[in-house]
Write a protein that binds this ligand. Structure first.
Ligand SMILES: Cc1cc2nc3c(=O)[nH]c(=O)nc-3n(C[C@H](O)[C@H](O)[C@H](O)COP(=O)(O)O)c2cc1C
Length: 145
């Protein structure tokens, strides 16, 4: 498969998620292109699966990630969302609601979710990521055909 891994990251956590996922996907024999959305959005559109790795801020998946996903969304392709956050999942600023909304938006464009959305909690703004995040990404990569 050809995977497009897009990330938005201000403090490095979502970038770390994207790069770890890229290693897992590559090691299973798939092709990967990484798009650092804030720096350079050039890409080739020969991909079957889109991964969006991005933080939530102010209770919302950050705008550049939402807009990029909506721009490249393509009927028939699959996707998965990997969202980093600092607040608990039941908190007012939880990432859950905004992530669900983005997922629905992509599904309405004819895309199919590869898995449940994944959430990666960070202990400080700059990390580290929660223990065991690598395993969650390995499990996600395992879902690719
Ligand atoms: C300005 C700002 C706003 C944030 N707002 C939220 C929030 O609403 N909910 C939450 O769970 N985490 C929030 N966080 C924590 C970030 O989601 C977390 O630090 C994330 O991992 C940062 O990702 P990055 O390192 O890829 O930029 C916020 C962080 C910053 C700096």
């Amino acid at each position: 498969m050809n995977a497009l891994i897009a990330f938005v990251s201000y403090h490095g956590n979502s970038k770390h998620v994207a790069e770890t996922l890229a290693r897992e996907v590559t090691s299973r024999g798939h092709q990967v292109q990484i798009v650092p959305v804030l720096q350079d959005q050039s890409r080739n559109d020969d991909w079957d699966v889109l991964f969006v790795c991005a933080p939530v801020r102010g209770g919302a998946v950050v705008g550049p990630a939402r807009r990029f996903a909506a721009r490249v969304a393509r009927s028939g392709a699959t996707f998965a969302l990997a969202i980093t956050h600092g607040a608990p999942l039941n908190h007012f600023f939880s990432p859950v609601r905004s992530t669900r909304k983005l997922r629905r938006r992509l599904e309405n464009r004819g895309m199919r979710a590869l898995s449940d959305s994944l959430f990666f909690r960070v202990t400080e703004t700059t990390g580290p990521l929660e223990e065991g995040f690598e395993q969650k990404l390995a499990d996600l990569a395992d879902r690719l055909a």
